[in-house]
Design a protein around this ligand. Structure first.
Ligand SMILES: C[S@@+](CC[C@H](N)C(=O)[O-])C[C@H]1O[C@@H](n2cnc3c(N)ncnc32)[C@H](O)[C@@H]1O
Length: 311
């Protein structure tokens, strides 16, 4: 006689039947706590550790690799991001996954330029000023050249922050910056603290993108803006083919030659391909509660800048 059909046996039989008839469904059910690390599937808890290791390993060569891999284009994309942001003096910026500070430095430069323009306009409108008036006014402007604007660079990786801090001292950015170690999924900041949240080439490395977006929403003031610069889907098919060849055949080789690290750069390329395309990511931002979500493709969609507002 066969064994009686207990609840456990029924579940086993059902599970065997499901595996045979619908393997994809079973995969998603049993691997609910799995995610991707590049093209590999790894347990969720593992991804953060692996990403940490990648950036710990590349930190010292990160800037030089960025220039070589993107042929300098990352500078233009970051310039575009900050021009699009168009921050005014007094803005409080949070740059998450800020790494070695590129976005924050551009933000500070932009604020300084805005400040100088304002001062020049003010002087132009004041007639009959003596040289001493002009000089006094100039030194007052210099004393508060950022007008309380501030950029907080938050990154999970202490090595990236260390390289960034050293770079900021070398380049003479001593005012208006602070460096904070923290996870995009659990930001160490109070609610409604910032005017602008940026994340450049960071969000695809995060394990739960939805959580990172929720956190972005939480820390922004009402009226605040979310801006994300990330690799995306190339819209031109010829360029897409060339870009694929370049990414998979050249970038890991550059990683090995310049940084002695093939694997980390292989991950970076794979992680780009795993990130959702423009429209899908736009929906994710909307699902997090943002309004007026739009995006701009740069370099035919090699990267895209998504923008949304907390209203
Ligand atoms: C490709 S770098 C981008 C750095 C910088 N934003 C730039 O554009 O040059 C990605 C950064 O994301 C950081 N990162 C990865 N996961 C993170 C997380 N969960 N929270 C905060 N930062 C994270 C890494 O440590 C790394 O510094």
């Amino acid at each position: 006689m066969g064994a009686p059909l207990t609840g456990v046996r029924v579940r086993c039989l059902l599970s065997a039947w499901m595996k045979l008839s619908c393997p994809r469904l079973v995969h998603t059910q049993t691997s609910g706590k799995e995610t991707h690390f590049g093209f590999q599937t790894v347990p969720e808890a593992e991804k953060g550790k692996r990403v940490y290791h990648v950036f710990e390993s590349v930190a010292k060569k990160y800037d030089i690799m960025n220039d070589s891999m993107s042929l300098g284009l990352h500078r233009l994309w970051k310039d575009w991001l900050v021009r699009h942001m168009n921050p005014t003096p007094g803005t409080q910026l949070l740059d998450v996954a800020g790494g070695t500070g590129d976005v924050a430095f551009r933000f500070i430069n932009y604020i300084r330029e805005q400040r100088e323009k304002l001062s020049r306009n003010k002087l132009d409108h004041q007639q009959n000023l003596s040289w001493s008036d002009i000089s006094r006014s100039y030194s007052q402007e210099q004393a508060g050249s950022l007008m309380m604007s501030k950029a907080v660079i938050c990154d999970i990786n202490k090595e990236m922050l260390k390289v960034g801090k050293e770079k900021s001292l070398r380049l003479g950015y001593c005012e208006g910056l602070s460096w904070v170690a923290g996870d995009a999924e659990e930001l160490p900041f109070a609610d409604e603290k910032f005017d602008i949240y940026t994340i450049a080439f960071g969000i695809r490395n995060v394990t739960h993108v939805d959580k990172a977006l929720e956190e972005a929403y939480r820390v922004l003031k009402p009226g605040g803006r979310f801006l994300c610069l990330e690799f995306s889907q190339v819209t031109n098919p010829v360029l897409a083919r060339l870009y694929d060849l370049y990414s998979f055949q050249v970038i890991p080789v550059l990683g090995e030659v310049i940084a002695g690290d093939w694997k980390s750069y292989q991950y970076l390329v794979e992680s780009i391909r795993r990130f959702p395309p423009q429209e899908e990511f736009k929906e994710m931002i909307e699902d997090a509660g943002f309004f007026k979500v739009t995006y701009n493709n740069l370099t035919s969609g090699v990267v895209a800048v998504h923008s949304g507002f907390k209203l």
